[in-house]
Design a protein around this ligand. Sequence first.
Ligand SMILES: *[C@@H]1O[C@H](CO)[C@@H](O)[C@H](O)[C@H]1NC(C)=O
Ligand SMILES: *[C@@H]1O[C@H](CO)[C@@H](O)[C@H](O)[C@H]1NC(C)=O
Length: 437
Amino acid sequence: MHFTSTFVALLAVVPSMISAAPARFYGKRATAAVDVVVYKFADVLEQLESSFYQQALAKFQASDFENAGFSSSQLAIEQINTIFSDESTHSSVLQAALRSFGEEPITNCKFNFDSALTDVATMAATARVVEAVGVGAYLGAAHLISDPVLLTAAGSILTVEARHQTILNILSSTGTAIPNAFDLALSPSEVLALAGPFFDGACDISTLGLTANPALSVTNTGSIGPGTSLSFSSPAITSANDTSTFFCQMMVGDQSLSINLPFDNCVVPEGINGPVAIYITSDQQPLLNNVRDRATSQLVAGPVMAFIDTAPQALGQLARGGSSGSSSSSSSSSGSTPSTDSGSSTDSGSSTDSGSSTDSSSSTDNSSQTVSTTTISPAQASSIIASASATASQASATGSPSTSSPSAPAPGTPGGPNTATGPSDSGAITVNGWTNL
Ligand SMILES: *[C@@H]1O[C@H](CO)[C@@H](O)[C@H](O)[C@H]1NC(C)=O
Ligand SMILES: *[C@@H]1O[C@H](CO)[C@@H](O)[C@H](O)[C@H]1NC(C)=O
C-alpha cells in the first residue's frame, strides 16, 4: 500500500534525526523523568490522532466527500492523507526516542471514534478540534520539558500540527485559515479532559500520574455564534450543584485572561473568531492564558473546545464549493455559524449535526429554528459581558496578551527588519537576502 511504503521509508530516515540526538548527548545518563512522561503522553496523543485519520480514510469514499460539499474529493483526501502520515511518523519517532532512553512507549490504548465518524462533515469538524488539542498539548507541555534538545524536537512537531490546523480550518468552509495571532496552550489535565472521551477502555496512560479534568460538553444543538447562550453538561455538574454560583470562562488565543460570564448566562460575545476553550469554574476570577500559572483550584469542569467561526474566508469557500456554497453565504450573513465543538462530537453524535446539516446538499437554512439555543441580540450580550466582568472586557478590548507586547518594531514598519525589494528585472523577489525565483 501507498502508506506502508512511505511510512517505512520515513522510519528509516527520521528517527535518526531525533532519537540519535539524545543518545549522542547523554550516553548512559538517564533522561529526566518529566521529559519521559511528556514524550509518552505526546506519543499516545499521536496514536489517537493517527488512529482517527486511519479510520476516517478507511470509512469514507470519494463520493462521501463530494456529498459533504467538497469541490473536489481529491482536495480533501490528499490533505487528510498527509496529516495521517505526519501523525503516524510523529508517533514512530517519539517511540524510537523513548526506546533510545531505555523507556517503553505506551502501546495498549484503544480509541473509539464512532461518534465522530458518522459523516464527513462531523469527521472534518472533529479533526479540526483534534488538531487544536494537538497544538495546545505541545504548547502547554513546552515549559515542562527540561532538555533543550527534546524541547526543540517537540517544537518541530508542534509547528507541523499547526499547519494541519490551518488546512482543517480551510476545509471547514466557514473557518478562518489563521484566526488568531496566538494559539491556546493546554495543560496535560486539560488535554485529557478533551481527549478522554475517545479512549476506549483502560490503557497505561493512567500510569503517567496525570489527572484528567472532568470532561465538559456543550449541549446546544443549533448554530453557535455571537449571541448564542451556551448550555453544558459534565459529570462534575449535577442537580446537587448550585450552578448560579458557577461561571463559564472562554479562553481565546489573543487575550491574556478568559472572558468570564455567569454559568446560566454564558453568551458568546462579539469579537471572537476561531478556537475557544471553555471552562466552568466555581468563582468569578478570570483564568490566565498563561498555562503554567493558570489557576486550577476553582475549576469545576473542562475545557471543551469550540470553534466560533465569524469570519469565513474565500479560501474555505473554494475548498467547499458546490452545494455548500449556499451554507457559507448563509453563515456569513449573520456570523451565525455551524457548531463544531468537540464536546458534542465526543459525547453524542446527535449534537454534532449542525455541521453536517449546513454542509448537506439541502440548502434550507434551519438555523433559526434551533431547539435549545437562546439567541439574544449582540447588544444584550455586550451588556451582560460588561456587567459580568469589567476585567475581561478590558482584556478583550486590548485584543492581545499584555504579557507579550513586542517591543521590537514590527516587520515592515520604520526601523523594522524587513528589507524586501520588489521583483527585479529577472523576476526574482529578494527579502532579507532570501530570493524566491
Ligand atoms: C457539585 O456537587 C457535588 C455533589 O454534591 C459536590 O461533590 C461537588 O463538590 C459540587 N461542586 C462544586 C464545585 O461545588
Ligand atoms: C428544515 O425544516 C423543515 C421544516 O421543519 C424540514 O422539512 C426540513 O427537512 C429541514 N431541513 C433540514 C436541512 O434540516
